[in-house]
Design a protein around this ligand. Sequence first.
Ligand code: NAI
Ligand code: MG
Length: 499
Amino acid sequence: MSAALDALVKEALTTGRVAGLPDGHFIGGRFQPSQSGARMESFDPGRGTAFASFAAGDSTDVDEAVGAAQRALEGRWRDMKPAERGRILQRAASLIVENAHRLAVVESLDSGKKLAEALGDVRGAARAFEYYAGACDKLQGDTMPLGRDHFGMTLHEPMGVTAHIIPWNYPISTAARGLAPALAAGCAVVAKPAEQTPFTALLLAELLHDAGLPDGVCNVVTGTGREAGAPLVAHPGIDQITFTGSVATGIGVMQAAAANVTQLVLELGGKSPVLVFADCDVEAALNGVMEAIYENAGQICSAGSRLVIEASLKERFLGRLVERVSALTLGHGLTDPGMGPVNSAAQLTKIEGMVAAAVTRGARLHAGGTKAEGSELGHGWFYRPTIVEPVQGSDAIVQEEVFGPVLTVQGFESEEEALALANGTGYGLVAGIYTAEFGRAHRLARDIDAGQIFINEYFAGGVEMPFGGNRRSGFGREKGLDGLRNYTRVKSIAARIFR
Ligand code: NAI
Ligand code: MG
């Protein structure tokens, strides 16, 4: 750890705070309080106590932010050359890197995640801006052959004002993967971070402004989903919505969008399988499973929450997995323990309830299964890393997203059975496959109903790879060049050429 980072962490750990956090919504290029004056608190999940307050917005603040974005769309932003737009995003990427330590400490304190993971998320956010910066001047259309007397072409126009609803599990990453392509496409944005983790979105908006983004192009309204999120997604001035969160809230957002015929991307949850075959590299599979479910304490939409394992390897693999899980230490995120807390008291209660209910239905615990007593720093929200083997694949613990450090185990005898188990939930976000056999990996990759497949390395790839779900996991794709297309619409122009 560098001395500068060390000092920031020390300050945050001893005082429980970070000095100089942004105060207010970011609207029209400046921070301002809620029009109602309302505020709310954000918690440090490692201690279970409030550490800072922020503006609690409502529909009046949302109206103002959408108005600022609409005006910005008609100003300097529209007239700016795409290459210049790209330079601003590139500068933003550099500023994120320059401020990485502070961003990561704030992200870790606010969300509970491990500092090392927060640093990775911040680097990923910078990478998203770098990636899309290079796309600004390459949003090319086509020309269509209409014969000698006509001329046809397409333009990729910005969608307009886009709304971004951000969850608490990956605050800066999710903000960056939506904002970077939207801005690259020439849109103006209004983001609503989760009320549990409002600060890094505000810091990001400030850095974008410092990078040269004109006033009003990027706005952030903080507050609850009901008070600030709902009026944003229902606003007639919004031209596109990118929502990441729960299925239930996503359905409500889709209904709100329908009233205004607003296009949207829904990135909802998952119950993603990790298929482990007896011929695999066991060490790689163990590493993959550990990362897939215990990173960010399992609060990942694409968590590998179901181990689906060949019967002949099952006992040996589970033995080694339990060993590794038992060695995971719990602690405050800023101390970089084996695993951090979960994000909220509500999330902890949900996890506890789901595992306890599975146990009453006869599920067997191989590890964990209870909450832990907080950290040396206080009564944080900790749940032990858990492995649970249900009696049946139809059990709720296998079918429903827990969003915590809870891995289920299912055995199989044949490739066909593995495929059926992989496709055996209502979700279709991700699947991991560990096998040495190329043909099998690609047969399964073809036949599994999921938006992305990881072969022999869970979470392989980066911003280049499109990401999104099938079925109840949602629709639309973020990241990659597909992610850019959410923020443009095609206009076709056909002309007659007179002789
Ligand atoms: P949520 O879906 O209600 O919250 C996500 C975001 O939506 C937050 O910014 C929230 O303020 C906003 N929101 C809430 N109601 C809204 C509305 N009516 N209109 C517009 N925006 C609204 O999820 P919550 O309650 O935080 O977590 C519940 C469960 O959802 C978790 O246990 C987990 O299973 C799942 N979840 C999945 C995520 C993912 O990455 N796919 C992220 C967060 C939660
Ligand atoms: Mg918080």
